[in-house]
Design a protein around this ligand. Sequence first.
Ligand code: TTP
Ligand code: MG
Length: 359
Amino acid sequence: MNRQIIHFDIDAFFASVEQLDHPEYRGKPLIVGGDSDRSVVSTCSYEARAYGVHSAMSIVVAKKLCPNGIYVYGNMQRYSDISSQIFDLIESEFDTVQRVSIDEAYIDVTGLENPIEIAKRIKKEVNELTGLTISVGISYNKFLAKLASDWNKPNGIFEIVPSQIPDLLRPLPIIKIHGLGKKSCEKLNRIGIFTIDDLYSYPSELLNDILGEAWAKEIIDRIHGIDDRPVKEYAERKSYGRETTLEEDSDDRELLYAILYKYLVKIQHRLDEKSLMPRTLTIKIKYHDFEQFTKSHSLEYNTNDFNILEATLINMFEGLNLEKPVRLIGLSFSNLEDADYKQFNILEGLGAYSTSMHK
Ligand code: TTP
Ligand code: MG
């Protein structure tokens, strides 16, 4: 079965956050990076891109291109907080999420619902949570998913399916090949290779001289739609969860509990494989009118004991007052702790306890 991979990337990230925080910057060419002549552009709003300004350009050059732009220093802490909020949201819904930078990640959604629907949903959720827009690409491998997220930026969705390869890629400039740096592209330009189509017809042995054998093979594979790299989970992720939009809105508690129970089984198994123990369970409900809420319960200690988690879920669900038909239901586990580390802690704790008993 083909994999289904989503790549998302926040639009003009630092600049969009500044425009959120400062309404007076909205709709204007905004350049983040500083005001001094020694500064470099971190990023800029799409309004500034129309003037030719881009990341990594010196501020001096940017000011020549866009003298009326607004030039600001960035606030890394703020960007990092928003980035965490978004990744936490995504990780509370999907099993396999790989963060690749402050504003982009891959999600393996193989076997889940229609990926276009997932893409639309996460765009909406991210926007509701933060006010930012993201662009989402969908395809059967990471290389193409990333290419797809770049296709309709900003605020885009694009899917690349197997039958479109290789024709869709032919006209693209080689700089679009993720993995080919600016220097390699310049070298290739010098020997007359400008588009992916040029690369298709170039003898691969000659490419080896320019890119090195291993990398040349990798690049050739990628532009032929071959890329087996797995989506690798972020090692320090904060939560695991699942959720679903029901086919029909429902207030049938038995049905709703059955879904949560199914998720409990899956997530508990997944955490067990990873030797992780959660402390907090969160049920998420969205009513038919899109009003939503979450209900969390934190245990006194971390555990991945199925019976304890099940009992907790039952308790939480019994106390859940559902006022309207439900559209979406989800379950996530957070406050994760490494089981091996925990065992060590318990031993330490017992030591302390027995000491106090002997007093
Ligand atoms: P990008 O995703 O490359 O750029 P972007 O989000 O600003 O714009 P878009 O995705 O819509 O094309 O990078 C994410 C953030 O990383 C960006 O907002 C600022 C920072 N960054 C730098 O500080 N320096 C750089 O050279 C680049 C490329 C990004
Ligand atoms: Mg971005």
